[in-house]
Design a protein around this ligand. Structure first.
Ligand code: SOE
Length: 381
C-alpha cells in the first residue's frame, strides 16, 4: 500500500460504478504514482445489491445513505455515479464536507445547477473532475496533440455523431436502473445530455469554445410505462438531436445524436478538417486515428490509419500497457483518467475536465435545447 491513499466513497453501483471501480483497482498496477485509491465504501439504497457490488469490487464497507457516507472521516473522495438529478445535492454536500469529488457526466441537469456546483467546489477548494472519459482514449489524445502542434492549420469544420439504437422499441420503460436515462425528471434531457455531451466535451477540448447553435430535437416515442407508477407517462426527453454551431475560431460544427439509428450500438465518431490536414476517429475502432496530411508528398498523399499502440513516448498512455501493436479498450480510458487525476493531486495541477470545464459543455447543451424549443439560433451564454 502506498503512503498517500485516496479513500474512495462510491455512490451508485451501475455501469459507471463498475467502470470507475475497475479504474481505481487497476491504476497502480500500470502507473507509477504517489497516490493509491482505496475502495473504502460503496453506497446505495438497495443494501443487498450494494453489498454484492462491494464484495465483487473489494469495497471494505457499505452505506445505504449518501449523507452518512459523506459524514465519514475515513473517506477522502466521493465518486458520484447516480442519476443526473442527484448530482448537485450530493456534490454540494460533499464539497461542504471538504471531500474531493469525481462526478459522472454530465455535470448536472442544466447550467444553472452546474454553476452552483462549480462555486461550491471552488469555495471549498476541493479537487474535482467530471468523467468525460473519451478524452483519454489514446487515439483521441493523439488527435489533441496533432491539433495543438498546428499541423491541421486553420480549422474549417468539426463534425461528430453519437448513434445508438437501444430505445426503438416502445416497450422499453422509463425510470429505474439504467432506464432513468429515458426519464426527464432524472436525466434532465435525453441524447443531448447523455451522448452529445461527450461529443461537445471532446469538441471543445480539441477545437475550442462554441459560440452559438441552432438545433432540432425529436421524441419518437411519446409515452412509455414509468417504472415508478407502472403507468404509461409522457416521455419528456429528446430521443434524437442534431445541431449546427459556430466555434469561437470561426469553424463550423455539425453534431448528431440519436438512439434510433438501427444497427448502431455506440457509434461515436468525429472528424476535423483544417487547411493543412484532417483527422477522423471512430469509437468502434478506437485504437485507430485516421490522418490526412496535405503536406505529404503529392503522389503518395492519402488518408493514413495510425494504429495508436506504439511505445517510446510515441503514443499517449501506451508505454504503460503491453507491447507495441497490442491494443487496449474502452475501460482503459477510465484508468487513464484516474491516473491523470492522481498525478494532478501529486503535482498540485488539477487534471481536467474540472467542474468548471464541464460547465462549458452544460452551457452548450442548454443552448441546444433552447434552440430546438424556440427554433432559433441561440448564443452559448
Ligand atoms: C448510454 O447508453 C451510454 O451508456 C452513456 O450514458 C455513456 O456516457 C456513453 O459513454 C455510452 O452510452
Amino acid at each position: 500500500m502506498k503512503e498517500k491513499q485516496l479513500r474512495i466513497g462510491m455512490i451508485g453501483y451501475g455501469f459507471m460504478g463498475r467502470a470507475h471501480s475497475n479504474a481505481y483497482a487497476r491504476v497502480n498496477q500500470f502507473f507509477d504514482l504517489a497516490y493509491q485509491p482505496v475502495l473504502k465504501a460503496a453506497c446505495a439504497r438497495n443494501v443487498e445489491a450494494v453489498q454484492k457490488f462491494a464484495d465483487n469490487w473489494g469495497y471494505e464497507s457499505i452505506e445505504s445513505d449518501w449523507k452518512a457516507l459523506i459524514a465519514r472521516d475515513d473517506i477522502d473522495a466521493i465518486d458520484i455515479c447516480v442519476p443526473n438529478n442527484l448530482h448537485k445535492e450530493i456534490a454540494l454536500a460533499a464539497a461542504a464536507a471538504g471531500k474531493i469529488i469525481l462526478c459522472e457526466k454530465p455535470l448536472s441537469m442544466n447550467a444553472a445547477e452546474g454553476i452552483e456546483m462549480c462555486e461550491a467546489v471552488e469555495k471549498a477548494g476541493v479537487a474535482n473532475m467530471v468523467w468525460y472519459n473519451y478524452r483519454r482514449v489514446p487515439a483521441v489524445t493523439l488527435a489533441k496533440q496533432i491539433i495543438d502542434s498546428g499541423r491541421l492549420g486553420k480549422v474549417f469544420h468539426y463534425r461528430a455523431n453519437f448513434l445508438q439504437d437501444w430505445t426503438i422499441s416502445e416497450d422499453v420503460p422509463q425510470g429505474g436502473a439504467a432506464l432513468w436515462r429515458l426519464d426527464a425528471a432524472a436525466a434532465g434531457s435525453g441524447v443531448t445530455g447523455d451522448l452529445l455531451a461527450h461529443c461537445i466535451d471532446t469538441a471543445i477540448w480539441l477545437n475550442g469554445g462554441i459560440r452559438d447553435v441552432v438545433a432540432m430535437t425529436e421524441t419518437f416515442v411519446k409515452e412509455r410505462v414509468h417504472a415508478d407508477t407502472g403507468k404509461a407517462e409522457p416521455v419528456g426527453i429528446d430521443d434524437a438531436c442534431a445541431f449546427l454551431c459556430h466555434f469561437q475560431n470561426n469553424s463550423l460544427g455539425l453534431f448528431e445524436s440519436t438512439r434510433y439509428a438501427r444497427g448502431h450500438k455506440a457509434l461515436y465518431t468525429f472528424e476535423i478538417n483544417g487547411e493543412q490536414g484532417s483527422l477522423r476517429w471512430d469509437l468502434h475502432d478506437l485504437h485507430r486515428l485516421e490522418f490526412f496530411d496535405y503536406n505529404d508528398e503529392g503522389a503518395t498523399r492519402g488518408w493514413r490509419s495510425i494504429h495508436v499502440t506504439d511505445h517510446g513516448g510515441e503514443h499517449p498512455y501506451m508505454d504503460h500497457w503491453w507491447v507495441p501493436g497490442l491494443q487496449i479498450g474502452y475501460e482503459h480510458s477510465f484508468v487513464h483518467q484516474v491516473a491523470d487525476f492522481l498525478k494532478g493531486l501529486e503535482d498540485g495541477k488539477p487534471a481536467g475536465p474540472t467542474f468548471r470545464d464541464a460547465l462549458e459543455t452544460q452551457r452548450v447543451c442548454d443552448a441546444v435545447l433552447d434552440s430546438a424549443k424556440s427554433r432559433e439560433w441561440k448564443n452559448v451564454t
